[in-house]
Design a protein around this ligand. Structure first.
Ligand SMILES: NC(=O)c1ccc[n+]([C@@H]2O[C@H](COP(=O)([O-])OP(=O)(O)OC[C@H]3O[C@@H](n4cnc5c(N)ncnc54)[C@H](O)[C@@H]3O)[C@@H](O)[C@H]2O)c1
Length: 259
C-alpha cells in the first residue's frame, strides 16, 4: 500500500493505459479521480475498479476545455483535498496521411494530446502552488515523439511537443516542489474502440519489439507509480521509455558483415 493517504487525478481513465494506471494506484491504496470524455465507459470502469465506490470519483469531461478542467479540478480536490498527483493519459492517435489531413484533424490531435496536458497541469499546479504544496505530474508520451510513421504527422508532433512541454513545466515548477516527468510507451495492446488500429499495423509493430511482446497497461503503470513515488524524488524533466526495447535501434536488420 505505497500510496495510502495519497490521491491522484488520472485522465483517459475509462480505457487502456489510463485505466491500467488508475487500477494500479487503487491497488496501492490511493484515492483516484477518474477523468475521461466517455461517460458510460468511465462509469463502467469505476464500477469494476472500485465496486464499493469509496476510493474513486468520476468526472466526464473534455481535457481540451479549460473551464471544464478547472471545474473538475475543484470537484476532485473537494473529494480528495490531499490530491497532489496527476497523470495525463488521455490521448488520440487517428491515422491521416499528410495530404489528406484536414485542419480539424490536426487541431483535434494537437489540442487533445498537447493542449490538454497543459490545461490539466495548470489547473492542479495553480492550486498546489497557492497552497504551498509540492506534487508530481506524469505525461504519457509515445515513442512516436522520436520516430515518425506514415499517417501520424499530427500525432508524432503532438508527442514531441509533449516531451518538450514536460521539460519546460519541470523547470518552472521545480522551485515549487512539483516534479514533472513523462513515460514514453512503445506499442501497448489495448484494443481501444476509441483509437482503432488496423490488424496489419498491429502485426507489423508487434513483430519489431526486441523483448518479444507488446506492452500491457501495467507495464506503463509500474513506471508511472515509480515516478510519482518517493523513490524518484530527485527525478524531474525526464522522459522514460517503456517500450520493450523498440526505441533502442533497428533490431530487424541483419548483421552487416559480408557472408
Ligand atoms: N496504446 C499504445 O500503443 C500507446 C503507445 C504510446 C503512447 N500511447 C498513449 O497512451 C495514452 C492512452 O492511450 P491508449 O492506447 O490507452 O488509448 P485508449 O483509447 O484505450 O484510451 C484513451 C482514453 O482517452 C480518452 N480521451 C480521448 N480524448 C479525450 C479528451 N479530449 N478528453 C478526455 N478524455 C479523452 C478516451 O475516451 C479513452 O478512454 C495516449 O496518450 C496515447 O497517445 C499509447
Amino acid at each position: 500500500m505505497r500510496f495510502q493517504g495519497r490521491a491522484v487525478v488520472v485522465t483517459g481513465a475509462a480505457h487502456g493505459i489510463g485505466r491500467g494506471i488508475a487500477e494500479a494506484y487503487l491497488a496501492e491504496g490511493a484515492r483516484v479521480a477518474l477523468w475521461d470524455l466517455r461517460e458510460d465507459a468511465l462509469k463502467d470502469a469505476a464500477r469494476v475498479l472500485d465496486p464499493a465506490g469509496r476510493s474513486t470519483t468520476v468526472q466526464p469531461l473534455d481535457v481540451r476545455d479549460a473551464r471544464a478542467v478547472a471545474a473538475a479540478m475543484d470537484a476532485a480536490l473537494a473529494f480528495a483535498p490531499e490530491c497532489d498527483t496527476l497523470v495525463n493519459a488521455a490521448g488520440i492517435y487517428p491515422s491521416h496521411p499528410l495530404l489528406e489531413m484536414a485542419e480539424a484533424d490536426w487541431d483535434a490531435v494537437l489540442n487533445t494530446n498537447l493542449k490538454g496536458p497543459l490545461l490539466v497541469t495548470q489547473a492542479l499546479c495553480r492550486r498546489l502552488v497557492a497552497q504551498g504544496r509540492g506534487g508530481s505530474v506524469v505525461n504519457i508520451s509515445s515513442g512516436a515523439a522520436n520516430s515518425a510513421r506514415p499517417g501520424a504527422a499530427h500525432y508524432a508532433t503532438s508527442k514531441a511537443g509533449l516531451n518538450m512541454l514536460t521539460r519546460a513545466m519541470a523547470l518552472e515548477l521545480a522551485p515549487h516542489g512539483i516534479r514533472v516527468n513523462a513515460v514514453s510507451p512503445g506499442y501497448v495492446e489495448v484494443n481501444s474502440p476509441f483509437n482503432p488500429l488496423s490488424q496489419a499495423y498491429k502485426d507489423a509493430i508487434s513483430t519489431g519489439i526486441p523483448l518479444g511482446r507488446a506492452g500491457r497497461p501495467d507495464d506503463i503503470a509500474r513506471t508511472v507509480l515509480f515516478l510519482t513515488g518517493p523513490d524518484s524524488e530527485w527525478i524531474t524533466g525526464s522522459i522514460i521509455s517503456v517500450d520493450g526495447g523498440s526505441g533502442a535501434g533497428r533490431s530487424q536488420l541483419p548483421l552487416s558483415r559480408p557472408e
